[in-house]
Design a protein around this ligand. Structure first.
Ligand code: AMO
Length: 469
């Protein structure tokens, strides 16, 4: 049965349901095997209609007791919803619906006239949440049963879109000369501050889970891999319990030699523009599925508006003035918090960069030019954020490549250069000026899909109260 020259064909099916639905005219009358989840099982006596769904679509299978082994018919007829079933039969065209005279017939639909089948695994009842029927359950129940939640079409569409976003991002960076790398996730010292590390024992040595690939992507660039990117997990032992924080998240990072902050902001906006352009061109079907659900819930539908580039750049100093003129209290040197971002976003509603933060607010690895000061004399850095609405999507910047300044930065931030010698030593033998950024994948997807919580776009989120499934 398996046709090894066609990847659709496996041990359990000759065709996907999508192939039969869209290509039925080419295989009309042919015998096929399909497999999927039982959405509904209807019919009485010697006739049964089984609606089967796989990852590519759904189709009706028609079973007649006279046409098959009675015990198989009986087992399928009594199958519970979401049980997995394989059926074999011929492809038939469904009887076209009656339409008023003069009106065009809809495109032909196909079904399977079943001759044999098999229950692959029975589903227990009741289901903890509705898959095809719209039963309102809370996010916690959904996450506890993510494997079922994922079978709902709009949830499935979100994760297909997530995969596409990563694919388009990758494609774009490779086109711009970046190569993919992987950094260790077990590390010896903090890159993003020492308070939010998850400690662990690495045999007899204390170690931590990595907060970001920061120091390693820089070492790769120092070693001559001029343009690198990584899509990988980052772990933060933050006690936040918000819609945008997780304790494990996927960070999409780049680092490039001979580049400054403005260069990598350019990479970022071109990449986001490319992702949105591709989604608009190739993935409207997924957006439609998400919108169908949103509309059923009374939510506004989403449209993929391709952001124009360049994104606005609002320097930190200007951002502070905008926040002040919006009536909020803030001083130079303060963090720009969500309610401040709302004021900025009312003026700049799409993606916008906030470059040139005060050096004292940025990590030790960020570069500063000694002559770049605020009007009150505060030292500015080459660090930036990318924001959308009230949320930070990305942090990045040009990096400090002068080893003596780097060591002084560590001291200024009460860190011991000795703890970072594995990193600072990489700068002793000639270091190219370089820059990069780290983008929170879930936050970007929250924008694209219009969801209000990163947990909606992360398969198995890890937060303070959740470590399973
Ligand atoms: P930063 O710590 O700002 O910078 O992280 C980069 C981006 O990662 C996302 N992010 C998070 N997402 C979900 N939950 C969290 N707890 C969380 N923390 C951060 C955000 C954020 O903008 N090394 C630098 C990057 C660089 O300079 O290259 C860094 O990690 O979207």
């Amino acid at each position: 049965m398996r046709d090894s020259s066609d990847w659709h064909s496996t041990a359990y099916r000759t065709h996907t349901i999508g192939q039969v639905v869209s290509g039925g005219s080419k295989i009309l009358g042919k015998e096929v095997s399909i497999a999927g989840y039982a959405e509904t099982v209807r019919g009485r006596g010697a006739i049964c209609f089984l609606m089967l769904r796989d990852g590519t679509g759904n189709i009706q299978a028609f079973l007649k007791k006279d046409n098959m082994e009675a015990s198989i018919f009986d087992s399928i007829q009594s199958a519970t919803r979401e049980s997995t079933i394989k059926v074999t039969g011929t492809v038939a065209q469904k009887r076209p619906p009656k339409v008023p005279e003069g009106q065009q017939l809809p495109a032909p639909e196909y079904e399977i006239n079943v001759s044999s089948g098999e229950i692959l695994a029975s589903a227990e009842t009741p289901l903890p949440l509705g898959v095809t029927d719209d039963v309102n359950v809370g996010l916690d129940v959904r996450l506890d049963n993510r494997y079922l939640d994922l079978r709902r079409s709009h949830v499935n569409a979100i994760f297909q879109l997530r995969s596409k976003v990563l694919q388009y991002g990758r494609e774009h960076l490779i086109k711009e000369g970046f190569m993919e790398m992987n950094s260790p996730k077990i590390i010896a010292s903090a890159s993003e501050g020492g308070t939010n590390l998850f400690p662990m024992m690495y045999f007899d040595t204390p170690a931590f889970l990595s907060q970001s690939p920061q120091l390693y992507k820089q070492l790769a660039v120092l070693g001559g891999l001029e343009r690198v990117f990584e899509i990988g997990p980052a772990f933060r032992a933050e006690k936040h319990d918000t819609y945008r924080h997780l304790n494990e998240f996927i960070s999409f990072d780049i680092e490039g030699a001979w580049m400054d902050d403005e260069d990598v902001m350019g990479v970022q906006e071109r990449m986001i523009n490319h992702i949105w352009t591709c989604v608009a061109e190739f993935d409207q079907n997924l957006i439609d599925i998400i919108n169908e659900f949103r509309i059923s819930q009374g939510d506004k539908s989403i449209t993929v508006e391709i952001p124009t580039i360049p994104f606005p750049r609002i320097s930190y100093c200007d951002a502070i003035e905008i926040v002040k003129s919006g009536g909020a209290e803030i001083n130079w040197g303060d963090d720009i918090e969500s309610h401040h971002c709302d004021i900025i976003a009312s003026k700049y509603p799409g993606f916008h960069f906030i470059p040139r933060w005060p050096m004292a607010m940025k990590p030790f690895y960020i570069h500063h030019k000694e002559n770049e000061k605020s009007s009150t004399g505060g030292q500015l850095s080459r660090g930036f954020d990318l924001n959308y609405g009230r949320d930070e999507m990305t942090s990045g910047g040009q990096r400090e490549h002068r080893v003596e300044v780097l060591e002084q930065n560590l001291i200024n931030m009460d860190l011991d250069p000795k703890d970072f010698s594995f990193y600072t030593d990489g700068f002793r033998y000639g270091a190219p000026p370089h820059a990069g950024w780290g983008l929170g994948v879930a936050r970007l997807l929250m924008v694209l899909t219009g969801t209000g919580n990163v947990r909606e776009v992360v398969l198995f989120p890890r937060d303070r109260s959740r470590v399973t499934p």
